[in-house]
Write a protein that binds this ligand. Structure first.
Ligand SMILES: [Zn+2]
Length: 416
């Protein structure tokens, strides 16, 4: 049967009907509703000549054998956040299903094609994102912390996993899944406003942002709000306020999609009758280039020292979390551009702010690219998440064209 993108849209609506309610999608990983979604998916896959298996980390694979065992992977996640959207993750799964149908109709492909549904991309229940893909990529190194993780009801992650046939101690054995992987493709909603603002349905993703997260604490002296003259104050909040305005200048000067956010400031003593003694700021900086990210961090540190000096206060930095930028494969980004041009006439290259399973696969050394489709109003992780039907159909067509090009590339010796 030829590719039928409208079928993907109607299947996405069926899945929403089956696993959502008036508050949104409820396919939280390691729950009955998630299991129901996966069983529904296995049912769809069973109509195709594919082998279905669930690996040691809970990832669900469908393999369409080709002449060669080298494999082109298409990946997504059917899990959602609570009260989530209908497209985040599941678009890639159902788009990939449609591509498998088209390929299965023809002659045996020259290389193997595999569709993977990653387990617990969202980390919604236990706070640990990218579970299945990090196990397969071999970057899961927090086993001790994972073993101690509990959900809000006190249930251990390992017990929840066991309820779905997954043994946490064996999760890393799923690494064998990448042994035959030659290339990895992932279609996803943009979850941001860039493509919509440009009036474009689709974009090729260059990679995922590197992130630097710090707690920046300014310390001054608490003093009476009435009796302390302005010139005598050592006001910690003044340093924080200056830094908050400066990070916007740093992002603007750096350019290239740089973003800096002060996500929170907690002041002490935090009462209306006292000068602020301590202001603890949460700073998040992101960029696609490691060098730019490092210089943004250095500029923010230098600025904070300057402000501390001006205000006669102290400042201390503490790293909370960081990850390096992950760049996707140049050849695949080019193939993705071509596929988008073919179906939509115009393409655009953009970085991804959020992390995705694709970042884990790329980190493991598999040539990777993502394809973004426009998100309406940039909204995601809410039931308001939406994309026009016509753009969803274009996205499935582009994924199909990208898969065809990638198969040819791998068959000709490209990829890993
Ligand atoms: Zn997602």
């Amino acid at each position: 049967m030829p590719l039928t993108p409208s079928r993907t849209v109607s299947e996405l609506r069926d899945l929403r009907e089956l696993t959502g309610d008036e508050a949104g999608a409820q396919r939280v990983c390691w729950t009955d509703t998630w299991e129901k979604a996966r069983a529904w998916m296995r049912d769809k896959l069973s109509e195709l000549p594919v082998e279905i298996e669930v690996d040691e980390a809970g990832n669900q694979w469908a393999t369409l054998p080709g002449t060669s065992g080298r494999a082109v992977l298409i990946g997504g996640h059917i899990d959602s956040v609570p009260n989530g959207g209908w497209l985040d993750g599941s678009l890639n799964i159902l788009g990939g299903l449609e591509v498998l149908r088209r390929i299965a109709e023809g002659e045996t492909p020259p290389v193997t094609v595999r569709l993977v549904d990653w387990a617990d991309e969202e980390g919604a229940r236990f706070g640990r994102s990218l579970f299945g893909s990090s196990a397969v990529a071999g970057s899961m190194r927090d086993q001790a912390e994972l073993r101690a993780l509990r959900d809000r009801d006190g249930i251990l992650l390992s017990d929840a996993l066991a309820g779905h046939g997954v043994d946490l101690d064996r999760a890393l054995e799923s690494r064998r899944q990448l042994e035959s992987a030659a290339a990895y493709l992932e279609l996803h909603i943009e979850q941001g406003p860039v493509l919509e603002s440009l009036g474009l349905p689709l974009g090729a993703v260059l990679g995922t942002f590197g992130v630097e997260r710090h707690r920046v604490t300014f310390r001054g002296q608490a003093a009476h709000a009435g009796s302390t003259p302005m010139a005598e104050r050592r006001d910690a909040l003044a340093g924080a306020a200056k830094l908050e305005l400066e990070i916007r200048e740093i992002a603007a000067r750096t350019g290239g999609g740089a973003v800096c956010t002060m996500g929170g400031v907690v002041t002490k003593p935090g009462i209306v009758t006292s000068v602020v003694e301590e202001a603890a700021c949460l700073l998040d900086q992101r960029h696609l280039e490691a060098q730019s990210l490092a210089s943004m961090l250095a500029e923010a540190k230098a600025a904070s020292d300057r402000f501390a000096n001006e205000e006669r206060i102290d400042v201390a930095w503490e790293r909370i979390w960081s990850i390096e930028p992950i760049l996707f494969d140049e050849t695949l980004v080019g193939l993705c551009d071509e596929a988008i041009h073919e179906v939509a006439g115009a393409s655009y290259r953009l970085p991804s702010g959020p992390l995705h399973d694709a970042a884990e696969v790329a980190r493991a050394g598999v040539p990777t690219v993502m394809l973004f489709v426009q998100s309406l109003r940039g909204l995601s992780h809410t039931k308001l998440e939406d994309t026009k039907d016509e753009h969803l159909e274009l996205a499935v067509q582009a994924l199909d064209r990208l898969t065809a090009r990638t198969i040819d590339w791998v068959a000709a010796g490209g990829g890993r």
